[in-house]
Design a protein around this ligand. Structure first.
Ligand code: BGC
Length: 723
């Protein structure tokens, strides 16, 4: 079970399917739009780190020049699935090798028929290259023409990011008799990133009649006309490369070097398949007894792996990976809390790159804290190339798109700093990478702790520390005081800072001394940290329920079951202001906190909070981040039915498009959270400072779960079965 399959062409599902059929290699990703192009398609290729300025959202990943265009003409009639007759159609994404294939039979309006197939992949072996193979078996005598273009006229839903810089064809060298290269050179308008794409068009099978280079500005095109003989297959390959000025000072030379290095399709395909085999050896997760769960897990892992930076520690993964325009390529806590556990356990090198990104963006996090009058590091709620805050301040209101709604997360979500520190600590715990902790992690954890100490407000009347005016994970409530998740994670961050400092003083006293001096960790300051830890306010009721924030339990109660069936979120039903008045939450908040700090809460406490908050959480149309967390919590308490219900809801987020917005891109946190639900929930993997163990609670119909994870640099194989 390695394939995602589509049996018919449905124009109305086009955007959803473009997301599902995204391919990529950790350097770039390309949505599954069709080679020949259709009106309204959201064709896009995103290259990691290639951001450019955009109104309202500050910056966005620029939709790169389009490498896909490949037009086929049968005796002069242009192939297009919306005219003539489509008598057969199938599309398959092979997750094992990242290859997307479409096979069809088409009869032109003039009656010319052919079987046509397109296969494409972006190589994991050489991330700069992307290839398309087109096979045509005509059922007529005449000509077949293939036109391949590099198109610089791309846009982000209307906004053009690219300027044309140059293009050209290289003279044929004896070395490249077949398919000499043409290139297109573009530059982003504001960030001034150069991107050069290059291509070759190679006739592999069929008698070539003519070949042309059309030097169309910003759309250089290579055309090849071949003789069509009924029943005789024609094969033409389009080889492409992409390189940017982020990769080196001469992207043009780099792009040409890579495109010319492609020997042929079989060799490139094999190298790519070999590279993928290594990924799957590390990451595969086998589930027996539940076909849907099995395919979803591989699909989710695939989507995460194609977005994971392998050679770059200056980029993060956006909430929609590199698979759509949603959230503009911005990264959220989705990376640290949802995606990083997957990478920490399966791909430590990728985890390290992602954590380095946060280390390298510490200057921006310090600047954000300072601008608001605080010390230490306050990470951006939405982060892009520099780590500066890029959360839009206003967005169109979902109830009336002519009105604007204020977005508060960039101003009020302080928990992000603790989320980053939490991921750093988890990485260290699992990998044992002391070198990273010494060089990068310790500073990050100390600086975020410093922020939380300076942000804490002394409440003289109550003799305690508060965090007022924040927004926690549940975004249905903003401007709240003492959000339990925020307070507890801040406290955890401060406590962890002491542990790290102790460790560093033992392990690397010089580094400890350097940090104590540079970060000004005076005895006085540390005493203040201790006081904040001790007196930070978290309100727990006698029955064990932890109040989500001050006054939450006095809000109007909401029995969400009464609103079923519904197709809108509770926030849409109540309105933004209205939702603030109800105990209806968008996603787990207290439950989230207890999942992260599981070891610190008794089962009775976890049960009390799950039982209280579960019926008040908008599982169906709230955040897609919620169900997987809820599934883990339910698993750990032995609520088997609940656990599976939440799990399957999470599993369906993208493949079944349960929220109707998968066209905007993969819900990366949900994809990763679903994986966590299997590993930490059903398989029950627990990692402590002393080692690891599993405490399985597989759903009754599952037979077996098997996976590999890395602990302290060693691959550990786990297999759990149902009796
Ligand atoms: C969720 C956040 C999440 C963001 C990006 C929001 O709808 O409430 O928790 O970080 O989406 O995925």
């Amino acid at each position: 079970m390695w394939t995602i399959h589509e049996e018919s062409f449905q124009a109305q599902a086009q955007h959803h399917k473009e997301t599902i059929f995204t391919i990529g290699n950790g350097y770039l990703s390309t949505r599954g739009a069709f080679e020949e192009g259709y009106p309204g398609d959201r064709r896009a290729t995103f290259v990691h780190g290639v951001f450019d300025a955009a109104p309202i959202v500050f910056t966005e990943l620029a939709n790169a020049p389009d490498w896909l265009p490949l037009v086929v003409l049968l005796d002069g009639e242009r192939f297009s699935m919306d005219i003539g007759q489509l008598t057969a159609y199938a599309r398959t994404l092979d997750l094992q090798t990242g290859t997307l294939a479409r096979r069809l039979r088409w009869v032109s309006p003039g009656g010319k028929a052919a079987t046509i197939s397109f296969e494409r992949f972006t190589s994991l072996a050489d991330p700069h290259i992307a290839l398309i193979r087109c096979r045509i078996t005509p059922e007529f005598e005449g000509t077949v023409e293939v036109r391949a273009t590099l198109n610089g006229n791309t846009d982000n839903e209307g906004l053009m990011h690219w300027r044309w810089i140059g293009q050209g064809a290289l003279p044929r060298s004896s070395e490249h008799k077949r398919g000499s290269a043409v290139f297109l050179h573009n530059r982003t308008r504001q960030s001034q990133i150069d991107l050069v794409s290059a291509m070759r068009l190679v006739g592999v099978m069929g008698r070539r009649l003519t070949e042309h280079f059309w030097d169309v500005e910003n759309a250089p095109t290579l055309s090849m006309t071949l003789a069509a003989r009924s029943g005789r297959q024609i094969i033409v390959d389009k080889f492409v490369s992409l390189a940017t000025s982020r990769d080196g000072s001469d992207p043009r030379a780099l792009a040409l070097e890579h495109v010319n290095a492609i020997v042929d399709w079989p060799a490139a395909l094999q190298a790519n398949a070999d590279a993928w085999a290594k990924e799957w050896e590390r990451c595969d997760l086998v589930i027996e007894g539940d076909e849907e769960a099995q395919i979803v897990m591989r699909f989710n892992l695939f989507q995460l792996l194609i977005a994971a930076p392998r050679h770059d520690n200056r980029v993060n993964i956006g909430a929609k990976t590199l698979s759509g325009f949603g959230y503009r390529g911005h990264a959220f806590w989705d990376t640290e809390i949802f995606m990083l556990p997957v990478f920490i356990l399966t791909s430590p090198a990728i985890a390290r790159n992602l954590l380095d990104y946060r280390y390298l963006t510490l200057p921006a996090a310090r600047a954000k804290a300072k601008a608001s009058g605080y010390e230490g590091a306050w990470y951006a709620w939405e982060s892009a190339s520099t780590g500066e805050e890029v959360t839009p301040t206003w967005i169109p209101d979902f109830r009336d798109r002519k009105k604007l709604a204020r977005v508060w997360t960039g101003d009020l979500a302080i928990h992000i700093s603790a989320d980053v520190a939490y991921a750093a600590r988890q990485y260290w715990r699992v990998s044992g990478d002391n070198e990273w902790m010494r060089a990068h992690g310790a500073e990050l954890i100390l600086e975020t702790a410093k922020f939380f100490a300076s942000r804490a407000e002394w409440n003289a009347e109550a003799q305690r520390y508060d965090y007022t005016d924040v927004i926690g994970p549940d975004e249905n409530h903003d401007h709240v005081n003492n959000n339990a998740y925020t307070n507890r994670l801040a406290q955890w961050n401060l406590q962890t800072a002491f542990q790290i400092l102790d460790w560093l003083q033992q392990d690397a006293p010089e580094k400890a001394a350097e940090l104590i001096q540079r970060l000004d960790l005076s005895a006085e300051r540390l005493a203040h940290w201790r006081e904040v830890i001790e007196k930070l306010h978290i309100h727990t009721l006698p029955g064990g329920v932890i109040e989500q924030f001050d006054g939450f339990l006095q809000l109007k109660d909401a029995n969400l079951a009464e609103y079923e069936p519904r197709t809108r979120s509770m926030q849409e039903i109540f309105g933004i202001e209205g939702a603030n008045q109800y105990q209806a939450i968008k996603q787990p908040d207290v439950v989230m906190m207890q999942v992260l700090l599981h070891e610190e809460y008794s089962e009775a406490s976890r049960r009390a909070n799950y039982d209280y908050y579960n019926p008040r959480t908008d599982h169906t149309y709230g955040s897609s981040l919620g169900p997987s967390i809820q599934a883990i919590a339910a698993c750990r308490m032995g609520y088997a039915e609940d656990a599976y219900e939440h799990f399957i809801r999470s599993a369906r987020a993208d493949l079944r498009d349960v929220r109707g917005n998968a066209g905007d891109g993969i819900h990366a946190a949900s994809a990763a959270g679903t994986w966590q639900a299997v590993i930490l929930g059903f398989a029950g993997l627990e990692i402590t400072d002393d080692g690891w163990r599993v405490n399985p609670r597989l759903p009754a119909h599952w037979k077996r779960v098997a996976f590999t994870f890395f602990y302290r640099g060693q691959a550990q194989k786990v297999e759990v079965t149902n009796p």
